[in-house]
Design a protein around this ligand. Structure first.
Ligand SMILES: NC(=O)c1ccc[n+]([C@@H]2O[C@H](COP(=O)([O-])OP(=O)(O)OC[C@H]3O[C@@H](n4cnc5c(N)ncnc54)[C@H](O)[C@@H]3O)[C@@H](O)[C@H]2O)c1
Length: 303
């Protein structure tokens, strides 16, 4: 029996990039797949029904079962239509993969309210809307699985991505909350932080030899390399696995840390600004984090 035989899966943003490979791999693993995508640009401008339909055609050509949907995740009503469309087409819903995404990069001091809202709406609000729309189905059938996409831009940091970093770290909190609130209904929720050469990171300049060499290595991070972990998380083999954050980069899989106290200081009489300066900070300082970006932490070439 295939890993996802009998399961009905929604993959948002599945018309291209990482989501397309999720849809193809899940269909190959026996799932019936609702391929959702509004067919928009990296910035979220414009709409096209073709990308979702092309992925559906590809799945059908390989003998799989898939249906296209072009509703946006970024709105409560249309997010409900995505889930309903899976239920109407396949009779049930077992897995939600919140993968749809856009970028509106800008240094914080120049970021517009529109740029902030557009990114929060697709990533954070969209992940909430689609997850929440599926929740009553998961609750009543006493099973279900969420896979959400986060990013090291949020987990670690990156320049010019305040909107995206905040949304992606917000998704980690959303996933953990769903895992806690829905554990009693056998519903699981996990995050994947991918590194993959998609159009999203395809705009890196290639003018110098050094830049060309760097981009050459980044191109080895195939989008299809993220899919096996998503298939596994969606499968019953992962039945006890919830509340975790993984990262995938080419052939590496990482379990990411979650925030816990690192070190504490205590003074029986309480603290003043002066004793915080003279005692607490010197004691804690050795454990301060540098102002790392994702590339400072993942500093070696993809393997
Ligand atoms: N590529 C990477 O290295 C990387 C790194 C970290 C996180 N991610 C995350 O992985 C996910 C997939 O990214 P990708 O690199 O494949 O990007 P991509 O741009 O190739 O794919 C994103 C897809 O989402 C769709 N989409 C956008 N807005 C939508 C909406 N409102 N409703 C439905 N669909 C919508 C787009 O049309 C597009 O097909 C995103 O959540 C992204 O933030 C990617």
């Amino acid at each position: 029996m295939k890993a996802l035989e009998g399961k009905s899966v929604v993959v948002t943003g599945a018309g291209g990039g990482i989501g397309r490979d999720f849809a193809l791999a899940m269909a190959a693993a026996g799932a019936r797949v609702l391929v959702n995508d509004i067919g928009t640009s990296v910035k979220g401008e414009g709409r096209d029904t073709a990308p979702a339909q092309l992925v559906v055609n590809e799945i059908r050509q390989q003998g799989g079962v898939a249906v296209a949907n072009t509703d946006s995740v970024a709105d409560w009503e249309s997010a409900n239509r995505i889930v309903q469309s899976a239920v109407d087409s396949f009779g049930r819903i077992d897995v939600v993969v919140n993968n749809a995404g856009i970028l509106r990069d800008r240094f914080f001091f120049n970021m517009s309210v529109e740029e902030w809202r557009a990114v929060i709406d697709v990533h954070l609000n969209g992940s909430f809307y689609v997850s929440r729309a599926a929740a009553p189905h998961f609750k009543s059938q006493n099973s279900g699985c969420y896979v959400h996409m986060t990013s090291t831009s949020g987990l670690v940091g990156n320049l010019g991505q305040a909107n995206y970093s905040a949304a992606k770290l917000g998704i980690v909190g959303l996933s953990k909350s769903i895992a806690l609130d829905m554990a009693k209904y056998n519903v699981r929720s996990n995050c994947i932080s991918p590194f993959a050469w998609s159009r999203m990171i395809g705009s890196i300049p290639t003018e110098t030899d050094e830049q060309r060499a760097r981009v050459g290595k980044l191109k080895s991070m195939k989008t299809a390399k993220i899919a096996p972990l998503a298939v596994f998380l969606a499968s019953d083999a992962a039945r006890d696995l919830t509340g975790q954050v993984f990262a995938v980069r080419a052939n590496e899989i990482f379990l990411m840390s979650q925030s816990r106290p690192l070190r504490s200081v205590h003074r029986a009489e309480g603290w003043t600004a002066e004793t915080i300066s003279s005692h607490a900070i010197p004691a804690l300082k050795a454990h301060f984090y540098p102002l790392d970006r994702s590339q400072d932490v993942f500093s070696w070439d993809p393997l």
